[in-house]
Design a binder for this molecule. Structure first.
Ligand code: MTE
Ligand code: LUZ
Ligand code: MOS
Length: 767
């Protein structure tokens, strides 16, 4: 069977040979022009005058467009329409696009974009979530989820912990930057080749910007060189700008962001500022939990609402919290409009409760793993403690078994003792160890987005083509969907080919996001392939007799009433008999509901689980550190493809580690993001990966009827490297013999680590 096999990524060979076609590799049409964007230099200001004559006069320039030149709506925002394509009078962050310049070459366009003379009347700028909170400056109304009686439970609790935490944002740093190539077609038509996770949204935005109906616009994406959420909504600006220029000039226009522009213009993971207060008993059981989260949403709403909602719904992580008051507000700041990034608020919600648990454990001088175990949701056997604060009952909890397996295989307890001994004998180098669990809800938390479509063609030679609404960003969705189709028709994977995502093939698709790509599109493709198989089975019975329910498809053959017919042979015969050999397919996840007002319902189809153990060594003189060993166990259900899933877990682990340690976004006093290139923004490299990296998939089967009982894998493992952050905190704590709580915000850069070490030392001296 094609499903469940560790097949290589469908484009692996093309990737390593450099032969995979990304948008910028597509052969350019004759007459293609190149665009660049002119950007705001102020974080918050009124434009009082804009002199673009030098831009117009620059070498190679063909045209310059501002907001007034947009034929349709000047809007590229999803959900709430507060995102202009080009700022007209008001600019709201440094890097906000204000004009498009089109030239004969990419280089000419970029050079010309710098020649604008813009006068601004500056307005006060809000740069941080704390400042936004103080000013009550929000892009959306704040949200709140309560259960039980938080205040009474808190007041009665024997112990309390209160504090603040700050967790920074993160640049998606897809290797392929944002790009769109717009090609005008006859009669208002436009073909947009775009690196995007959401072709249908690009189609809508382009149609609106051009003032035409959606049926005129086709958006196509064969693959992305990574999206990580950054191309869910924010590819729209680039698609719209290229299309506006192409429509005006009636010539193909390509808009490719270089890295600096990409980082200055587009939004990132939301940074979070938390104020928490939690009551607990002598054993460390949490009795009451309150958290007030403020995000740096940036200047517009974008996806900040759903991101904050997911943060609220992941504050519980793997823990039963009886009495809660969970608040989230999307701070309006004069920065890039923050957006989706792997985990989509889930990691930001969950890390807060993990920080609280770390604090409780240190107060009680207990191993944090024991506090975690004590607070886990109940098992599925009716012991209770299994309803989330938002009212969804957990019926698939495997965290007890999964954590027990990892505790054993990682030798956690013995290594804890060994590290204590090491630290006693080592004055400068300190080791730290941490064990963190995860639970992640699978489904878009916006219910209607949980739908997908697919199209399967069987050609007369027996070869199969599948097209679906998902997009390939390296995560292997095409491989998985091809496996599902091959399995359904009893074929080898080689018999199936997947083609570019195309709005003219499957309509009204959702973003490939929320880790649901394979779940949704796999089911839709299965539905399409099943219909073809059933038609072929009916026809086979007509030819060879027997019972249709006994017809079997495997090993590229059809077994019917004692006959064995090659699939391709049956297909040929079926074609001549005028049997339809192609089909569409559709899927909508059942059982979902959400009431945004009360923040309750059944927003997730099921939960994925995981856990990790990290061991680090920290140099307490320099703040430098190294991850020595990481063990991770992840619940991918009955994995569709264990090779791809292991790669996803490893990649998410390292990416999440970068978020919590080395990746720091820094804006200067003038409001400009200064970390806008790899020279100043440090993502993990190969040498940051632990030499000893033990990643395994937990043996499980989805209790929900998901595609072949698999579970999603794209985002949840991003929570695994919480273990790295808390291992660093553990190493710092050992400096004060675990008597002082080290203050540590994320990212725990070497500078932050050194500051925390010094704070612990100072507290030790004072005591
Ligand atoms: N893996 C690779 N290689 N590149 C990516 O851009 N994006 C992640 C994850 N894994 C990403 C990735 C994010 S943010 C999501 S939501 C999922 O893949 C989307 O794909 P899926 O739903 O098909 O898993
Ligand atoms: N919800 C969610 C969403 O859980 N994940 C997403 O990526 C998303 N995107 C848009 C709207 N809601
Ligand atoms: Mo992923 S952040 O849902 O694109």
């Amino acid at each position: 069977a094609a499903v469940g096999k560790p097949s290589p990524h469908e484009s692996a060979q093309l990737h390593v040979l450099g032969q995979a076609t990304y948008t910028d590799d597509i052969a350019e049409l004759q007459g293609t022009l190149h665009a660049a964007l002119g950007l705001s230099q102020k974080p918050h200001a009124r434009i009082t005058a804009m002199d673009l004559s030098a831009v117009r006069g620059a070498q190679g320039v063909v045209a310059v467009y501002t907001a007034q030149d947009i034929p349709g709506t000047n809007d590229c925002g999803p959900i709430i329409h507060d995102d202009p394509i080009l700022a007209a009078e008001l600019v709201q962050y440094v890097g906000q696009p204000i004009f498009i310049v089109v030239a004969d070459t990419h280089d000419h366009a970029r050079r010309a974009a710098r020649l604008a003379q813009v006068s601004y009347e500056e307005l006060p700028a809000i740069m941080t979530p704390q400042a936004a909170k103080a000013a009550q400056s929000y892009v959306l109304p704040p949200m709140q989820l309560t259960r039980g009686n938080y205040q009474a439970a808190f007041d009665a609790a024997p112990h309390v912990v209160k504090g603040q935490l700050y967790v920074g944002g993160q640049e998606q740093f897809y290797l392929e930057g944002q790009i769109s190539y717009a090609i005008p077609k006859e009669a208002q038509g436009m073909l947009v080749l775009c690196s995007t996770q959401h072709p249908s949204e690009m189609q809508h935005v382009v149609a609106h910007a051009l003032g035409v109906h959606s049926h005129n616009i086709t958006v196509e994406c064969r693959r992305m060189g990574g999206g990580f959420g950054g191309k869910e909504s924010q590819s729209a600006l680039w698609a719209a700008a290229a299309s506006i220029a192409a429509a005006k000039l009636k010539r193909p226009v390509k808009l490719r962001a270089d890295r600096d522009d990409d980082m200055l213009v587009t939004g990132k993971r939301h940074c979070f500022y938390y104020e928490y207060e939690v009551g607990y008993d002598d054993d460390g059981k949490i009795l009451a939990a309150k958290v007030d989260m403020t995000t740096r949403a940036g200047y517009s709403a974008d996806l900040s609402g759903p991101v904050a909602t997911r943060a609220v719904c992941h504050f519980d992580n793997t823990y039963y919290l009886s009495d809660v008051d969970i608040r989230a507000a999307c701070g309006k700041t004069n920065t890039q409009s923050n957006t989706a990034f792997r985990g989509f608020g889930g990691p930001q919600g969950a890390i807060a409760i993990e920080y609280v648990i770390d604090e409780i454990a240190r107060h009680l001088q207990r191993d944090a793993l024991d506090i975690r175990l004590l607070n886990f949701y109940g098992r599925n056997d009716g012991e209770g403690r299994n309803v989330t604060p938002y009212g969804q009952k957990i019926v698939d909890n495997v965290i007890h078994e999964l954590v027990a397996e990892l505790e054993e295989s990682s030798d956690y307890r013995a290594r804890r003792r060994a590290i204590d001994a090491y630290n006693e004998a080592s004055p400068i180098l300190k080791k730290g160890l941490a064990f963190t669990p995860l639970k992640f809800g699978i489904a878009f938390n916006v219910t209607h987005l949980n739908q997908a479509g697919a199209l399967v063609h069987v050609y007369v030679d027996g070869s199969v083509l599948v097209n679906h609404g998902g997009t390939e960003m390296g995560q292997g969705i095409n491989t998985k969907v091809m496996q599902v189709v091959a399995h359904e028709l009893g074929l080898d994977l080689e018999c199936v080919r997947a083609t570019a995502t195309d709005t003219s093939k499957v309509a009204n698709t959702s973003a490939t996001a929320a880790s649901t790509g394979a779940d949704l599109n796999g089911k839709a493709a299965q539905d399409a392939a099943r219909q073809i198989r059933e038609r072929l089975a009916d026809y086979a019975v007509k030819l060879y007799g027997g019972d249709v329910s006994a017809v079997r498809f495997f090993d590229n053959h059809v077994h019917v009433n004692g006959h064995v017919v090659a699939f391709a042979e049956l297909v040929q015969k079926a074609y001549l008999a005028r049997v339809q050999l192609w089909s569409d397919g559709f899927y909508a996840t059942p059982g979902l509901s959400w009431d945004a007002k009360t923040m309750t319902g059944h927003p997730f189809s099921y939960y994925a689980y995981g856990a990790a153990v990290a061991e680090v060594v920290v140099d307490t003189l320099t703040g430098e550190w190294k991850l020595l060993r990481a063990d991770a166990l992840y619940d991918a259900g009955q994995s569709l493809n264990p090779a791809i899933d292991l790669g996803q877990v490893e990649g998410a682990f390292i990416q999440g580690m970068g978020w919590l340690t080395t990746e720091q976004l820094w804006w200067n006093a003038a409001g400009k993001l200064m970390t806008h290139a790899p020279s100043t923004y440090k993502i993990p490299g190969i040498s940051d990966c632990p030499e000893d990296f033990r990643v395994k998939l937990f043996q499980n089967r989805n209790v929900e009827d998901s595609i072949h009982r698999s579970k999603a894998v794209g985002e949840p493992p991003l929570l695994l490297p919480f273990s790295v952050f808390f291992a660093i905190r553990d190493a710092i704590s050992s400096v004060g013999h675990h008597a002082v709580q080290p203050p540590l915000n994320a990212p725990a850069t070497s500078e932050e680590i050194l500051k925390a070490v010094m704070a612990v030392q100072a507290a030790g001296v004072a005591a």
